[in-house]
Design a protein around this ligand. Structure first.
Ligand SMILES: [Zn+2]
Length: 89
C-alpha cells in the first residue's frame, strides 16, 4: 500500500477528429516555405495536429562546427606545407 503518495496521471493526447491517440511525424514540403517541416499527424485519420521544423538547429550547429574545425585543420596543414616549400626555394 502506498500511503501518502498521490499518483498523477496525465491525460493522453487524442486526435480531435477521430479520438484516437496515435501520432506520427510526416516530413513534408510546404508551398512557399524553404525548409521541410514535420507534420504531427494522427496515424488513424491523418489529421494534422501540429507542425515543427524537420531539423534540429542544435544538431545542425554542432555538425557545422565540426565541419569548420576539420576545414581549419586542413588549412593549417596546407599552410605548413606551403611554408616548408617556400623555405626550400
Ligand atoms: Zn484522427
Amino acid at each position: 500500500m502506498l500511503r501518502g503518495l498521490r499518483v498523477v496521471v496525465m491525460a493522453l493526447p487524442k486526435c480531435g477528429n477521430c479520438n484516437t491517440n496515435g501520432f506520427e511525424c510526416v516530413v513534408a514540403k510546404v508551398h512557399n516555405y524553404t525548409f521541410p517541416v514535420c507534420l504531427i499527424q494522427c496515424t488513424a485519420c491523418g489529421s494534422v495536429l501540429g507542425v515543427m521544423p524537420e531539423y534540429d538547429a542544435g544538431v545542425l550547429a554542432h555538425a557545422n562546427q565540426q565541419e569548420l574545425l576539420a576545414i581549419k585543420q586542413r588549412l593549417d596543414r596546407l599552410e605548413q606545407a606551403v611554408k616548408q616549400i617556400l623555405q626550400k626555394v
